[in-house]
Design a protein around this ligand. Structure first.
Ligand code: NAD
Length: 463
């Protein structure tokens, strides 16, 4: 790095230190490129580590432990009523989970020689970033930049009320208290995951979803078992309903639910989607182009933008906004700018909703196969017939397989049940490697495991 007039010269400047950004930076240094990461928080991990995937999964683990203890009554074990101490719980999440992983990432960066620069990066032109950190100003000149600035929670249209009782996912993950009555707006990933956490910890959760079903766009066969479960866990679920106003009412919040008048809650969680963070980056000083409405950065399959110096990865480039997609894109961008023949050409991007039961899917769904005119064969293996599911008292799962009738290839898989998020990895490998249904059926799966349900679903298609 050449210092002088406070301008650093590097091969690659990565803007944003989340999973997309740090994966890109680490791969760049492995390829011999001098690389810096610019992040306002001065640390690596991004929304995933500090306010998303990791803390939410820690809390969902706590919810799973509570649920298992409750279920244990079915086989004669009563642990009694749980006593929940929020301080140790927050400390465990913050220090033993998030803090530990953050320290790990920082030491990987040090070992690889990736400098993390604290500050807000703004493009001055297509090869210069201005980094503002309070009064301090620094510039980085680069041969290539990778934009990995991620996304942030969307607000609720027409609702301006703010304050600590109106939470987005970041605030809710802090676990400020366990409110007696919690309104969750949005029945997607976050509404269901955090609604589950709060309901299991003792809140009376009311969930409002504007479409006619939970997790819009996800196969209904997979959503049904989860819906049955949350119908019991939550105090109320209102589908086809919008919240038209929120206002302060005493120590709580009054919400107007369309067609149902006002209802009182102690806190509200707004989880109605996420938006790209592409504004305020100075992209207008470059040739980078955004998509029309949503502000996503347009990239090709090598993660190149319209500007030859600038690449982009992760949530800021569009759906699906998932950390593992960002990580793969980060590696592709690093290799592409280093002149290697890499492309983001994955056909299976697994998606997991970490509720109880978990839902996971990848590849083509039954509905998508129909829409795309693919002649598909569908197989559904009910976990009621799985020995392993019986031994854990969870026969409510389903493994569903979509195969291309002509080629015999596995093209889509959906799973609902405990552990679905782990089980989907085999399905992603099968789809990515163009496995045939008979390959899956002829592969020996350990008995008794839930993974057998994938083999069974394949076998039943062979006739
Ligand atoms: P989402 O898109 O999953 O769900 C938003 C939900 O809110 C939808 O069901 C939508 O119909 C509903 N909605 C929108 N406007 C509404 C309104 N005015 N009133 C009532 N309902 C409304 O978004 P999210 O749950 O906020 O999560 C954001 C993104 O974060 C996800 O798309 C996902 O990419 C990512 N995420 C992933 C995971 C995971 O991988 N497990 C977990 C959390 C978040």
């Amino acid at each position: 790095m050449v210092m002088g007039d406070l301008v650093d010269e590097v091969d690659v400047a990565v803007l944003g230190g989340g999973p997309g950004g740090y994966s890109a930076a680490f791969r760049c240094t492995e390829l011999g490129l001098e690389t810096v990461v610019v992040d306002a928080t001065r640390r690596l991990g991004g929304a995933c580590l500090f306010e998303g995937c990791i803390p939410s999964k820690a809390l969902l683990h706590v919810a799973a432990v509570l649920n298992e203890a409750q279920r244990a009554k079915d086989f004669g074990i009563d642990f009694g009523e749980p006593r929940i101490s929020l301080d140790p719980l927050r400390k465990w999440k913050q220090e033993r989970v998030v803090g530990k992983l953050a320290r790990g990432l920082a030491s990987v960066a040090r070992a690889k020689g990736v400098e993390v620069i604290g500050g807000r990066g703004v493009f001055e032109d297509a090869t210069t970033l201005r980094i503002e950190d309070g009064d301090a100003l620094r510039k980085v000149r680069f041969k290539h930049a990778i934009v990995a600035t991620g996304s942030r929670p969307s607000g609720l249209p027409g609702v301006t009320l703010t304050g600590e009782r109106v939470m987005d996912s970041t605030a809710a993950l802090e676990l400020p208290e366990i409110p007696e009555r919690l309104l969750v707006i949005g029945g997607g990933y976050i509404g269901l995951e955090l609604g589950t956490v709060y309901a299991t910890l003792g809140s009376r959760v009311t969930l409002v979803e504007m479409t006619d079903g939970l997790l819009p766009g996800v196969d209904r066969d997979l959503v049904q078992p989860l819906q049955r479960r949350v119908e019991k866990l939550f105090a109320a679920i209102h589908l086809k309903t919008k919240v038209t106003a929120l206002r302060e009412a005493g120590a709580g919040i009054e919400a107007d639910l369309e067609g149902q008048g006002g209802q009182r809650f102690d806190r509200v969680l707004i989880a109605v989607g996420r938006r790209a963070q592409s504004a305020g980056l100075g992209l207008e000083a470059t040739r980078v182009r955004l998509t029309d409405r949503s502000g996503f950065i347009q990239v090709d399959d090598r993660c190149r933008t319209e500007d030859p110096h600038i690449y982009a990865v992760g949530d800021v480039t569009g759906e699906p906004m998932l950390a593992h997609r960002a990580m793969r894109q980060g590696k592709v961008a690093a290799e592409a700018l280093a002149g290697r023949p890499a492309a983001f050409d994955n056909v299976a991007i697994p998606a997991v909703v970490f509720t109880d039961p978990e839902i996971a899917w990848c590849g083509v769904s039954e509905a998508q196969a129909k829409d795309q005119g693919i002649e598909a064969k569908i197989s559904k293996f009910q976990w009621a017939a799985s020995g392993r599911a019986a031994t854990i008292g969870r026969s409510d799962g389903l493994t569903k397989l979509v195969a291309d009738a002509r080629s015999g290839r596995v093209i889509g898989v959906g799973i609902v049940g405990p552990g679905a998020g782990e089980l989907i990895a085999e399905a992603a490998l099968a789809i990515e490697t163009a496995a045939l249904v008979e390959d899956v059926a002829a592969t020996i799966h350990a008995h008794p495991t839930l993974s057998e349900t994938f083999m069974e679903a394949a076998e039943s298609l062979l006739g």
